[in-house]
Design a protein around this ligand. Structure first.
Ligand SMILES: N[C@@H](CCC(=O)N[C@@H](CS)C(=O)NCC(=O)O)C(=O)O
Length: 240
């Protein structure tokens, strides 16, 4: 069985989409990033980066100790390779997929994350106009990269639907709050509509959608403790 340490965000939903597509049984373990579960010792043993998703495979190929993994790109490769689905294993096919996985992890995920952050922030921390424009333009450029690729071929890595598509999709769903209009990107939109209609994508995107954190129920002290832990994170000291 696969334990998926998860909270319903785009990075988490990449993995639930893949697990649903493969029909792989999994157990969702709440990693409530609004309450600081990502800093707990047991989670840090799997993911030293205090970010979800992370997995533990209790039945790895070849047996032996459970395998723990962090970083959604590595998790996608591992699960798809294990299932023998959505990840060609010949050299050309594999690297066609790998380059899009790395593109997503290095470009689309981080830049879209910063775009959302600065657009949501308002002006409580001063004028954010430069940051908003920089990241909104960058996300626009990245939608253009997807659109150009999907003009050439049906899926990001060629003629087949792969983990390259699954890893990019969840970060495109909130296009409106990223200041974009997907109707400008005809070939992207064809792909987006097709993926949105897949039952496994819908199931993966819905995983944990009823999980919430009601901050109004927390004491002012608890809210202050969480604010200090979650905002302006800096280096964790090594254990004494
Ligand atoms: N590159 C990482 C990014 C993971 C990431 O940023 N996760 C966020 C949620 S989407 C998180 O755990 N945030 C916790 C925090 O900010 O403290 C991956 O793709 O796995």
């Amino acid at each position: 069985m696969i334990d998926l340490h998860y909270w319903p965000t785009p990075n988490g939903k990449k993995v639930t989409i893949l697990l649903e597509e493969c029909g792989t049984p999994y157990n969702l373990v709440q990693c409530n990033i609004g309450r600081g579960d990502q800093f707990k010792d047991e989670f840090l043993k799997i993911c030293p980066n205090n970010r979800m998703p992370a997995i533990v495979d209790h039945a790895p190929v070849g047996g032996g100790e459970p395998i723990g993994l962090f970083e959604s790109g590595a998790i996608m490769m591992y699960l798809a390779e294990k299932a023998g689905k959505f990840y060609p294993q010949d050299v050309r096919g594999r690297y066609e997929v790998n380059q899009w996985i790395i593109w997503q992890m290095a470009n689309q995920g981080p830049k879209s994350g910063e775009c959302g952050h600065f657009r949501r922030l308002g002006d409580s921390q001063g004028d954010q106009a430069y940051a908003v424009r920089r990241f909104t333009d960058e996300v626009n450029r990245l939608f253009g990269v997807l659109n150009n690729q999907l003009y050439k071929q049906p899926y990001l890595a060629g003629n087949e639907y792969t983990i390259a598509d699954m890893i990019c999709y969840p970060w495109t769903v909130n296009w409106e709050s990223q200041g974009q209009d997907i109707n400008e990107f005809k070939y992207f939109k064809r792909w987006f509509d097709e993926l949105s209609a897949r039952p496994a994508v819908q199931k993966g995107m819905a995983a944990g959608s009823d999980w919430t954190v009601d901050f109004s129920k927390l004491s002012p002290e608890e809210r202050e403790r969480l604010r200090k832990m979650l905002y302006n994170q800096r280096a964790r000291p090594v254990p004494a």
